[in-house]
Structure formats: C-alpha cells, structure tokens
Design a protein around this ligand. Structure first.
Ligand SMILES: Cc1cc2nc3c(=O)[nH]c(=O)nc-3n(C[C@H](O)[C@H](O)[C@H](O)COP(=O)(O)O)c2cc1C
Length: 330
C-alpha cells in the first residue's frame, strides 16, 4: 500500500521529505506535492487514543490512494501499551514506518503528556520506542524538539537514548516547546545530533527555499530534510529544490494563471474524494496560502464563501487576477 519498500533506504535516497503537518498533509495535499516531485511523505499526526476509540475521522487519516507518496504514519500519544496496540494496527495496515511525535508543542497535546512533553520524560519515550521496536517488524523513528525550554535542551542526549533502544532515524526540529514556532531553528543542534548518532538524522525548521536546503545540508551533514511551512501554498517547492540542485533555471513561482490551475486541481482532489462541501471547507486555508502576499485576500475570500460546487469554483477562479500585488475580481 505504501510508496516504498524499505522506507529508511528510500528516505536516504530521496532526502527531501514532506513533514507531517496536522490538518495539512492529507491525501490531496500529498498528491499535490507528489505532482511536483515529492516522493516521501508522512500522514499528519494521528492520535493513538482516537484510533483506540474507533473514531472514524481519526481512522480516515490513515487512508491512502494509488499514486500517494505516503511513506510513514506519525502517531501522537502518551502510553507505551497503547502505542503498541495501535502500532500493531498500523503494521497490519501495511505501514513500514511509524514515527513517534515527540515535538508537538500545542497546549492541548502536552498537557496530556503527549508530543513535546515526552522530551521531559525521556524514560517514557524510550520505553515507547523500545516496546515498538521489540514487538513490531516496522521501522520506528522519532521527531523531537531541542528540549522543553532553553534551560533543558536535551535533544542530543535524547537522540542517543533513542538510537540505543532501536530507533531507525531521528527527526529534529531544533526549537524548544516554549519557543513554539518563534525565533530561528538552531541547526547547530542538528549538527551535534548528526555527530552523535549513526542512524539517519532528518532536519526540520526554516526550510523555505532551495538555498535553505543547501545551507542546512552544508551546516549539519544531515541525511534528509523536512519541508513543512515552505510547502504551504507552494507545493511546487519540491520541484524548485530539485531544479536548483540540477542547475536548472528557476521557473517558480509560476505565473498566477498557472497557480489558478494548480488550485483547481487541488480542489478537485478534495471534491473527488470527499465531495464539494468538504472540498470548500478544507480548501479555504490552502487558498489563503496560494494567494500568498497579495493584498485584498479577505475581499476575495468573502466571494469564495458564497460559491457552491466545482463548476462555480472554476468560474470564481477565472474571475480573479493579480494587479500590482493586489487580487482583483473582474
Ligand atoms: C500547521 C502545522 C502543523 C504541524 N503539524 C505537525 C504534526 O502533525 N507533526 C509534527 O511532527 N510536526 C508538525 N508540525 C511541525 C512541522 O513538521 C515542522 O517541524 C515545523 O513546521 C518546522 O519546520 P518549518 O520551519 O520548515 O515550517 C506542524 C507545523 C505546522 C506549521
């Protein structure tokens, strides 16, 4: 069912990966990135408790379709036994890579001991990973942060512990939980982790261009890089990066006419899978990102709220133009 046979070997080959993003990296978004050359992607984070309670919406996050670049599932949770139960379900579904989220900083997540709260309870995190490694025949990776706060930066120690208990790779977003997304990601820490472990290290943080990718590879020697916010409204970033490294001309961002075609394709992927109502709802934030820094977005989005169905959506897009960095509806 998945995009590759041995995900760790594939990860080392592909090197540029779509990071897990909650509410974003669903099937339509993954297919859009695949169109632009991204061949390795994760699900959004999936709460093990939702799966254990047979929550339909949570289950649907594990879905895939032919042509998907889905290569690993990311789980968020707090309890080793529960992780094992859900890990078995993932293995039965055909997943060959399970990533443990030890990085989500959201209050509602950390207050239950999940996500980056696990950076404060390394014993528990190690137990989760070792139980999964010992009992499943899949790769277990962990996406960590630099630590809980600036006084407790422990990512290098955590990475070593995780390697010792059998993790197959480490993803590192070198900001603390306290930092959330503020400040710069400190890739000096990524470099330290890379020097301290033998398993592959995947860097995450502030990757918005091919130059950022080059800088982070150069600084850290990491094995792969996650693209996250850099892909929002810009699924073409994957092609932009490969063209840069192949010495080809940069053709991005595309002209607005082309962006409208990309938007429509993205909408249709939603509509085909889930129907027009869901498509309209889920495309809202993507449209905001696709429209980028152009002014007058709010006015245009008011018009968007009024439309129904893919035919009307196409007409709506046809009427939108950019004049002097401002969206206009004609
Ligand atoms: C909207 C959004 C949702 C995210 N959801 C997840 C998630 O589900 N799991 C995860 O490990 N990281 C998640 N992240 C963090 C990203 O994977 C990435 O580590 C972070 O954005 C730093 O990379 P960037 O600065 O290049 O965006 C999310 C980030 C954003 C912006």
């Amino acid at each position: 069912m998945l995009a590759c046979d041995d995900p760790i070997e594939t990860l080392k080959k592909k090197r540029i990966i779509l990071a897990p993003m909650s509410g974003i990296t669903d099937i339509p978004f993954r297919l859009m990135t695949k169109k632009f050359g991204c061949e390795f992607a994760f699900t959004e984070m999936i709460d093990i408790n939702g799966l254990l309670h047979n929550n339909r919406r949570t289950f649907s996050m594990m879905d895939t379709v032919p042509g998907d670049n889905l290569s690993g599932i990311q789980l968020v949770g707090e309890d080793a036994e529960k992780f094992l139960h859900v890990g078995k379900m993932c293995e039965d579904k055909g997943f060959k890579l399970i990533d443990i989220n030890a990085g989500c900083p959201a209050r509602k997540v950390v207050k239950c001991g999940k996500g980056s709260a696990l950076m404060k309870d390394v014993k528990k995190l190690a137990k989760i990973v070792s139980m999964l490694v010992e009992n499943l025949n899949v790769h277990i990776t962990v996406k960590i942060r630099s630590g809980w706060d600036e006084k407790s930066i422990n990512c290098v120690e955590v990475a070593k512990v995780l390697e010792d208990v059998g993790a197959s790779a480490i993803g590192i977003h070198p900001r603390t939980q306290n930092q959330m997304y503020k400040g710069k990601a400190d890739h000096e820490l990524t470099k330290k982790i890379k020097r301290s472990v033998k398993i592959p290290v995947i860097a995450s943080g502030n990757i918005f261009s091919a130059e950022d990718v080059e800088d982070v590879f150069g600084l850290t020697g990491c094995d792969a890089i996650f693209v996250a916010r850099g892909a929002l409204g810009r699924p073409w970033i994957f092609d932009e990066i490969s063209r840069y490294f192949e010495g080809q001309e940069n053709i991005y961002p595309p002209p607005f006419k082309k962006i409208k075609e990309i938007i429509f394709e993205h909408y249709l992927l939603y509509a085909d899978l889930y129907g027009d109502n869901v498509a309209k709802r889920r495309m809202y934030k993507h449209l905001m990102w696709y429209f980028g820094k152009n002014k007058n977005k709010n006015e245009v989005m008011k018009e968007y709220q009024k439309i129904e169905g893919s035919g009307k959506f196409k007409k709506f897009l046809k009427k939108i133009f950019v004049e002097e960095r401002r969206l206009v509806i004609q």
